[in-house]
Write a protein that binds this ligand. Structure first.
Ligand code: CO
Ligand code: CO
Length: 320
C-alpha cells in the first residue's frame, strides 16, 4: 500500500503510510471518522460462528484506534451455486449478533460470487480527533499489556486434522468471538501511548510495527504472554500455518530471541491471529492499575508482557 499514489488532505489524520489499524478523518474539532475493512475465510465450519468471528475481527480495528463503531457494511464472497442460502443467512445472523453487541448497526453491504466463502465488514466509527490511539507512540519506560492469548492460527489448522480437543477449540472460539470493546472502554481512562490489535502478522509482527513506528525496543518476556491451550503442543507436534514463514521473514532483521526459546515457542510468536487481543503501551506506573481493572472487568487473561527501552541498533524487538 505504501507505494500507491496518494492525495493529501489535512483532515486525513491517519492514512495508509503508517500501517495503522484504521484510517482517521477529522470532521470537526470534536469528531473524527474511523474507517476500516477486512474479510476472512472461515476458520470454523459453523456459519453463525464464522459470522461472529468475521465481525469481531473487523470491529476490532475500530477499538484498536480507541474508537466507537457506528455503522457496518457486510463484505461477502459466497459460492451461491454450491452452498445453500441458509449458510449465508447463518453467517449474517452471527455477524449481526456481534454488531448489535458492539452498539453499532448493520446498514447494508455487498455480496459477490466467489469460490469459497469470505466474510467481513467495512466499519465506520467515531473518535475524538485528538484522543485516538496510533500504533506508534510507545515511550521508553512504558509497559506493554496484551489482552487475549495467542495461538488461534495453529489451533484452527490443527483442528482440520482432528488434533485439537473440543475443549481447547471451544476456548479458542470463545476468545476470538469476544469483542475488544470492553478492553478498549476500560483503557480509555488511561494514558495509552500506542495501541494495536494482534491479527495476521502475529504478536511479533504487530509488536514490531509498534516498535519501529515508535523508534524504541520492545522487550517481551515470553513466559508472561498468555497462550491458548494446546497451541504450543500443536507446533511441537509439527503443525504450522500457511503464513508463519512469511511472518518470520518480516521480523527477522529487527527481532532477537533469547537462546533459551525453543523453535516452537518462536513459531507461536508469529502465529497469525484472527480477532486477537489489544496490545497497548502505557506508562509503567499506570500499568498495574489498568491490569487490575481489566481482570476485574472480565478480561482475566490480560497480562503485562514486557517493557519499552531505547533502541540501540536495528533491533526493535527482543523476546526473552
Ligand atoms: Co488491526
Ligand atoms: Co485489519
Amino acid at each position: 500500500m505504501k507505494q500507491l499514489p496518494r492525495k493529501t488532505d489535512k483532515n486525513l489524520l491517519v492514512g495508509y503510510e503508517t500501517s495503522d489499524d484504521a484510517a482517521v478523518y477529522r470532521l470537526d474539532d470534536e469528531t473524527a471518522l474511523v474507517h476500516t475493512a477486512d474479510l476472512i475465510t472461515p476458520p470454523v465450519d459453523d456459519p453463525f460462528l464464522f459470522g461472529q468471528i468475521g465481525a469481531a475481527n473487523s470491529l476490532s480495528d475500530i477499538y484498536a484506534m480507541g474508537g466507537r463503531p457506528v455503522t457496518c457494511l457486510n463484505l461477502i464472497g459466497f459460492p451461491s451455486n454450491d452452498l445453500e442460502p441458509e449458510i449465508l443467512h447463518g453467517i449474517v445472523e452471527g455477524a449481526l449478533s456481534k454488531i448489535t453487541e458492539a452498539g453499532a448497526v448493520l446498514a447494508g453491504g455487498h455480496t459477490t460470487d466467489d469460490d469459497e466463502p469470505k466474510f467481513g465488514l467495512s466499519v465506520t466509527g467515531i473518535v475524538h480527533p485528538e484522543k485516538f490511539w496510533r500504533n506508534s507512540g510507545a515511550k521508553v519506560g512504558d509497559a506493554l499489556i496484551l489482552t487475549k492469548p495467542i495461538g488461534s492460527g495453529v489451533l484452527f489448522n490443527a483442528n482440520l486434522k482432528g488434533w485439537v480437543t473440543s475443549v481447547a477449540l471451544e476456548e479458542c472460539v470463545r476468545f476470538i468471538t469476544t469483542l475488544n470493546r470492553r478492553a478498549a472502554e476500560l483503557m480509555a481512562d488511561y494514558e495509552i501511548h500506542a495501541a494495536t490489535d494482534v491479527t495476521g502478522f502475529g504478536l511479533a509482527g504487530h509488536a514490531l510495527e509498534m516498535a519501529r513506528g515508535s523508534g524504541v525496543l520492545l522487550n517481551i518476556k515470553s513466559s508472561e504472554i498468555p497462550v491458548m491451550s494446546e497451541a504450543l503442543a500443536m507446533y511441537e507436534k509439527g503443525m504450522t500455518t500457511g503464513v508463519n514463514a512469511a511472518n518470520r521473514a518480516i521480523i527477522k532483521d529487527e527481532c532477537q530471541f533469547d537462546s533459551s526459546l525453543s523453535e516452537f515457542q518462536r513459531e507461536l510468536l508469529v502465529d497469525p491471529q484472527t480477532s486477537g487481543g489489544l496490545l497497548v503501551s502505557l506508562p509503567e506506573s499506570e500499568s498495574k492499575r489498568l491490569l487490575r481493572v481489566l481482570h476485574d472487568g472480565g478480561i482475566p487473561d490480560a497480562s503485562i508482557i514486557g517493557y519499552v527501552t531505547p533502541a540501540s541498533d536495528q533491533t526493535h524487538l527482543f523476546f526473552s
